[in-house]
Ligand binder design. Structure first.
Ligand code: GLC
Length: 432
C-alpha cells in the first residue's frame, strides 16, 4: 500500500506529465498534496530573501527597509532577477529543481501559480491569514490552485492605452479612440502635425517573450475570440481570433506599428512613447509614474484598450507572493508576506510606483484618485481582464503562443496558418 506522501507525489507527477487542467486526482476540496502542504508548519525565524524582477522604481527596497528596521534579526535581502518574465520563471524553476534554499519569498507572475503549486515548489498558504475578502475577486483567483491558496496577491496589472493627449488635442480630437479603426484614423490626423510626422501610430510589447503572449491574447480577446474556452480547451483557430492577429500583423506590415516594436519589451516601449516615436501605446500602470517624470509629463492620457468593434479587453497580469517549499525561516517568511502584501504596502506601491493594488478600496480612495485619475479605468480593466490559460504546462503554452504569434508578426506565416498551428500545439500541451 502506498503512503499518503508517495501517492500525492505520484498523483501530482502524473498530472504534470499530462499537463492537465487538474481536475482529477483527489476530491475537489484539494489533493493529498494540497492537504500535505496545508499542514506544512511555518517554522523558523531568521534572515530570508525576497526574489523578484528588477525594480525600476526603487520602491521595493524602500518597503523592505521598513520591514528590516522593525525586524533586525529577520532581515530580508532583495534578490533582483532580470526584467522579463520568462527569465524570472527560468531562474525560479532552476532554484526549485535543485531544492535550493537561496530563494524564500517569490514574486510569482499570476500565470505561474498552477505550475509551481502542482510541482510542489511552493507551499499552500493558510488563507485566513490574508485579507482576501478586501481584494478584487479575479485577483484572488490568480493565487489559487485546485481550491487552495498558494500565493498572496501583492500587485495586480491591467493593460491601458497611453495616448498623447497634447497631439490629439492639437489635431482637434477630444476623446481617445475606443476601436482600432478610430485609433488609426486619429493617427492619420495627428501625423499631419509637423511635430508628429515621424511618429508611428501604435505599439505594445511584441518581442518573443511573455509580453507577446499578453499582447496576442488581448488582440484575440478584443476581436471577440478566445485562446482557451470556458472549459480551458484551446479554441484559437477561429475567424474572431484571426481578426485579432490580423490587426497586429497587418499593423506591423503597413507601419501603423513600427517595425522595431517586434523587439520591444515593456521598458523599450515606454522609452519609445516618451521619445515621441508612437502616439498610442499599450502598457501596464507601472509606466504612469515613470512617464510623469519624463519629457511627456502632463502630455499624455490613459484610456481603456481599444478593440475591433468597441473597447477591448486586457490580459490579467500581476504578481503574487509565494513561499518556496525549500526555504528556511518560514515563520518569518509568512509574517513578511503578510506585511508586504498588506494594504499599507500596497498603498506605498501605488503612491510611489503606480502599481495596481489588489485591494478594491484603494481604487475609490479620493486622495489616490486625485493623484491617479485613471484608477477607475484601471479597476475596470482588471475586473474585465481575461486570464491567460491556467495550466500546469504554462511554459509550453506560452512558448507555442510566442512562436506562432511572432511568426505571423514577422511575416514567416500567415495569420491563418499560425493560428491553425497554434491550435494543434495547444491541444497537444493541454491534452489528457
Ligand atoms: C507584467 C504583468 C505580468 C506579465 C508580464 C509580461 O509584469 O504583471 O503578469 O506576465 O508583464 O511581460
Amino acid at each position: 500500500m502506498k503512503t499518503t506522501t508517495s501517492r500525492a507525489l505520484q498523483c501530482s507527477a502524473t498530472l504534470v506529465a499530462a499537463g492537465l487542467l487538474l481536475t482529477a486526482c483527489g476530491s475537489s476540496g484539494g489533493s493529498d498534496a494540497g492537504k500535505q502542504a496545508q499542514n506544512a508548519s511555518f517554522q523558523g525565524r531568521g534572515p530570508i530573501t525576497y526574489v523578484a524582477g528588477k525594480d525600476s522604481s526603487g520602491v521595493v527596497q524602500k518597503v523592505i527597509d521598513r520591514w528590516n528596521q522593525l525586524h533586525p534579526k529577520e532581515k530580508v535581502t532583495f534578490i533582483q532577477l532580470p526584467t522579463d518574465a520568462d527569465s524570472q520563471r527560468q531562474q525560479m524553476i532552476q532554484n526549485a529543481e535543485t531544492k535550493s534554499d537561496a530563494y524564500t519569498v517569490l514574486s510569482l507572475d499570476v500565470v505561474w501559480t498552477s505550475e509551481f503549486a502542482a510541482h510542489q515548489w511552493i507551499d499552500r498558504l493558510p488563507e485566513q491569514q490574508f485579507p482576501l475578502g478586501k481584494m478584487l475577486k479575479p485577483v484572488v483567483e490568480t493565487a489559487r490552485y485546485r481550491g487552495g491558496l498558494y500565493a498572496a496577491p501583492a500587485s495586480s496589472d491591467g493593460g491601458l492605452l497611453y495616448y498623447r493627449k497634447d497631439l490629439l488635442k492639437k489635431a482637434g480630437i477630444t476623446t481617445p479612440p475606443t476601436t482600432w479603426a478610430q485609433m488609426t484614423a486619429d493617427c492619420a490626423e495627428v501625423k499631419k502635425l509637423p511635430e508628429a510626422q515621424n511618429a508611428s501610430c501604435y505599439a505594445g510589447q511584441l518581442q518573443k517573450y511573455e509580453g507577446l503572449t499578453v499582447n496576442f491574447a488581448e488582440a484575440v480577446n478584443s476581436a471577440g475570440g478566445v485562446v482557451t474556452d470556458a472549459n480551458g480547451r484551446p479554441d484559437v483557430d477561429t475567424p474572431e481570433a484571426k481578426k485579432g492577429l490580423d490587426f497586429l500583423a497587418g499593423s506591423v506590415k503597413d507601419g501603423t506599428i513600427p517595425k522595431e516594436a517586434v523587439t520591444y519589451q515593456e521598458e523599450d516601449s515606454r522609452q519609445a512613447f516618451q521619445a515621441g516615436k508612437v502616439v498610442f501605446l499599450r502598457n501596464w500602470p507601472y509606466m504612469y509614474s515613470l512617464a510623469q517624470k519624463s519629457e511627456v509629463a502632463g502630455k499624455f492620457g490613459i484610456a481603456p484598450l481599444p478593440g475591433l468593434d468597441g473597447p477591448g479587453s486586457s490580459s490579467l497580469g500581476g504578481h503574487n507572493l509565494a513561499l518556496s517549499s525549500f526555504a528556511r525561516n518560514k515563520a518569518t517568511a509568512l509574517d513578511f508576506m503578510r506585511f508586504f502584501s498588506g494594504a499599507d504596502s500596497a498603498s506605498t506601491f501605488l503612491k510611489d510606483a503606480s502599481l495596481a493594488p489588489p485591494y478594491a478600496g484603494l481604487y475609490e480612495d479620493p486622495s489616490l484618485v486625485k493623484q491617479y485619475p485613471y484608477l477607475p479605468v484601471l479597476k475596470q480593466s482588471i475586473l474585465r481582464a481575461v486570464p491567460r490559460p491556467r495550466v500546469v504546462q504554462y511554459g509550453d503554452v506560452t512558448s507555442a503562443i510566442q512562436r506562432e504569434a511572432y511568426a505571423a508578426l514577422t511575416g514567416g506565416k500567415s495569420s491563418a496558418q499560425a493560428l491553425k498551428d497554434l491550435q494543434a500545439e495547444l491541444q497537444k500541451s493541454t491534452a489528457q
